[in-house]
Design a binder for this molecule. Structure first.
Ligand code: ZN
Length: 328
């Protein structure tokens, strides 16, 4: 039961992958039985995807949706992370923002969508965002110690849980097993930093370093279109802020920075659950995070010394006794 509660970066089938649009935050402690897993799976893909046409490039593992012209959400709806990678195609080149769990073959999906050169950037280096990096030659990273250590590959019990029956709503792709699943090593081919702009032809993507969730977290911003790719700094679900690599002081600053962009934003594209979120939620995140860190929100204990702070549309998961920062 415990492992259900602390299984992966978006809280597994428990709270982590639920958005208020589909499931209430009070569902967060209820997904512990096979029947509950079945019920969770029966609601995937989430209703938010009904707004889009599923693209024929979707394979057995991914579902692909063109959420804006030239912007593809590559969603993994059959695994409890419900992670979303984004392919952004310009007239000259393309950026792949995250490569998923490494369970399905994301390269074959990308190859169906574009023949332009593809650069991979990761929202951060947790395993559910870097799994397909090894399939690409060009991987740009802010290259913190954390990123570099993750680029060497990951093989752990935590990772194996991600391909166990309780994490899955369908069979694994042929050749992937609980025994052999791992995050394969990859090479970082170049570094990026805050303020760098990637011109892909007809679209400029600005890199924003937003440390907090991890020290290598980035967001991508298309200022002209008003689009922000938020990674795990924000998504509609319980946001995981209890890892040792999470820095709440840094996260608070980064959230304030993202929220300051709201007046110029038309849409936020998060890395889990739903492919398009209302930018106003970033303002809600900033306000509620500030209240939490000032000790002004009552936490709900969940498991393993973690607590959850629940709000409309998202929640925050933190270590108990850690969330309250000193005033000033
Ligand atoms: Zn993460």
């Amino acid at each position: 039961m415990k492992k259900f509660l602390l299984a992966g970066p978006c809280f597994g089938v428990l709270a982590g992958c639920m958005s208020a649009a589909d499931l209430s935050a009070s569902d967060s402690a209820s997904y512990a039985s096979a029947a509950d897993l079945q019920s969770f799976c029966s609601r995937l893909p989430r209703s938010a995807y009904a707004d889009y046409q599923k693209h024929e490039a979707s394979g057995d593992w991914f579902e692909v949706y063109e959420i804006e012209p030239g912007i593809w959400a590559i969603y993994e709806p059959f695994q409890w992370q419900e992670v979303i990678s984004y392919l952004i195609v310009g007239s000259e080149s393309a950026v792949l923002f995250d490569t998923g769990n490494g369970i399905g073959n994301i390269r074959s999906i990308v190859d169906q969508l574009t023949d332009r050169p593809v650069r991979v950037l990761n929202s951060h280096s947790h395993f559910d965002h870097i799994g397909g990096n090894y399939q690409f030659d060009e991987v740009l990273s802010v290259a913190t110690e954390f990123s570099v250590s993750r680029s060497r590959g990951i093989k752990s019990d935590e990772l194996l849980l991600e391909v166990s029956p309780e994490a899955l709503c369908k069979n694994l792709p042929v050749g992937v097993t609980e025994e052999n699943h791992e995050t394969r090593p990859f090479s970082i081919s170049g570094t990026i930093a805050d303020g760098d702009v990637l011109d892909i032809g007809g679209r400029n993507l600005e890199v924003l370093q937003v440390p907090g969730h991890t020290d290598d977290a980035i967001a991508l911003l298309d200022r002209d279109a008003g689009f922000l790719w938020s990674g795990d700094s924000f998504y509609e679900g319980p946001i995981w802020l209890f890892f040792p690599e999470t820095d709440l002081v840094a996260y608070q600053k980064s959230v304030a920075r993202l929220a300051s962009l709201v007046p110029g934003l038309k849409a936020v594209f998060p890395a889990h659950n739903t492919p398009r979120a209302d930018p106003a939620l970033l303002t809600q995140l900033r306000e509620n995070l500030d209240r939490v860190l000032a000790g002004n929100v009552v936490p709900v204990p969940v498991s393993d010394g973690n607590v959850e702070f629940r709000f409309e549309g998202f929640s925050l998961l933190m270590r108990e006794n850690y969330y309250r920062l000193d005033a000033d």
